[in-house]
Design a protein around this ligand. Structure first.
Ligand code: NAP
Length: 337
């Protein structure tokens, strides 16, 4: 990667931000484009910026002063950034959070690419063009047969989604499930107060509110047999507590035949939840592709040119110490039910 006197900055803000994989993924993509884009070589470098919540406004003013071109946003700034922007996209307004910001002559613009990233593997399934990277499969023929036998409904209009957790990521998943066309979107949480607030927060989006239902975990047994897509949007099972799953094996067995289990977590790959789902015969999708695709969508906004998605994905896989095939051996042991 070449840094010159003309190089402009991109970055990610958060607190903490040390855990972010975005600098790795984006700098690998920029370096690749610099070597392979002919006359359209991007002149950017991507850095992590740890910004304390009380310093957010000052930081944004500083970014303007140094002509920073754009940045990603992680916890805890995704909502707090909104009043500091000049323009927020409809999708980000619906989700109530911004994860991608860029600046032009009209000021700071914000959007949210998490819902897009979440949808990418599901859309690939619906297109029956499952690629190895999506669930770690390395043989497209095998993946194709699994798609045929295990994939959820291609027509999502009668599908029911069940989302475990009611935090920031769950909001993007709710918006994504509405875009997918799901008939019913259920959100499971442990705090009735937070659930009530979550439900009320969609009042501005009647097309989502009309199909959204919130519930506590004790309602799971009645919901699981009707569920076509179950999404873990909690940190349950995330490194280092890898021996935890949001569902018991008995609960996983209760899922509707052909259901898809989707875990937003990407370390470890697979999570215990996805191992259980695969063993029980369900198709499993982990959070790595969402991470890659939301990043690629942000990079395309900043650079105004296609992002090298394969490079971004492989950079993360290499960093996580997994070659393309390794996790698939576990994930593809599913027996169709
Ligand atoms: P968040 O805003 O902190 O929300 C976490 C949710 O999980 C909350 O609803 C919380 O419940 C619930 N929860 C936490 N611990 C729980 C427990 N022991 N039992 C039951 N529920 C529990 O976090 P987030 O940003 O939504 O992220 C959630 C997960 O998604 C994380 O694992 C994150 O790494 C992952 N993620 C992945 C991507 C990707 O690109 N793949 C993107 C975003 C997030 P309370 O509200 O009751 O505390």
């Amino acid at each position: 990667m070449v840094i010159k006197g003309t190089t402009r900055l991109l970055g990610v803000i958060g607190h903490p931000v040390e855990h972010s994989f975005s600098p790795l993924m984006h700098n690998a993509a920029i370096a690749h484009l610099q070597q392979n884009s002919g006359s359209h070589q991007p002149d950017y470098a991507y850095l992590p910026f740890p910004i304390r919540p009380e310093k957010l406004k000052e930081a944004i003013a500083g970014f303007e002063a140094i002509d920073l071109h754009g940045f990603n946003i992680t916890i805890p700034h995704k909502q707090a950034i909104i009043p500091l922007l000049d323009d927020v996209s409809e999708v980000a307004k619906a989700i109530g959070a911004v994860n991608t910001v860029w600046r032009d002559k009209d000021g700071w613009h914000g959007t949210n690419t998490d819902a897009y990233g979440f949808l990418a593997p599901l859309k690939a399934l619906s297109d029956a063009s499952l690629t190895g990277s999506l669930i770690g499969a390395h043989t497209s023929a095998l993946a194709g047969s699994l798609t045929a036998s295990l994939a959820g409904p291609k027509d999502w209009s009668n599908a029911r989604a069940l989302i475990l957790g009611n935090g920031g990521a769950a909001r993007a998943v709710v918006a994504a499930c509405q875009q997918l066309g799901c008939a019913r979107i259920s959100v499971v949480g442990r705090s009735p107060d937070k659930l009530a607030y979550f439900a009320e927060s969609w009042a501005h989006a009647p097309h989502i509110a009309s199909r959204l239902k919130v519930m506590t975990w004790d309602e799971l047994p009645t919901q699981l047999p009707k569920t076509d897509l179950i999404v873990n949007a909690t940190p349950l099972g995330m490194h280092p507590k890898t021996d935890v799953s949001p569902l018991s094996e008995a609960e996983i067995e209760m899922l509707k035949p052909g259901a898809i289990a989707y875990d937003l977590i990407y370390t470890p790959r697979p999570t215990k939840f996805l191992q259980q789902a695969t063993t029980a015969g369900f198709l499993a999708i982990d959070g790595l592709e969402m991470l890659v695709q939301q990043g690629a969508a942000a990079l395309e906004i900043w650079l105004a040119q296609p992002a090298p998605v394969d490079i971004m994905r492989q950079t993360l896989l290499d960093y996580l110490g997994q070659s393309r095939g390794q996790s698939s051996k576990k994930l593809l042991q599913a027996k169709p039910r």
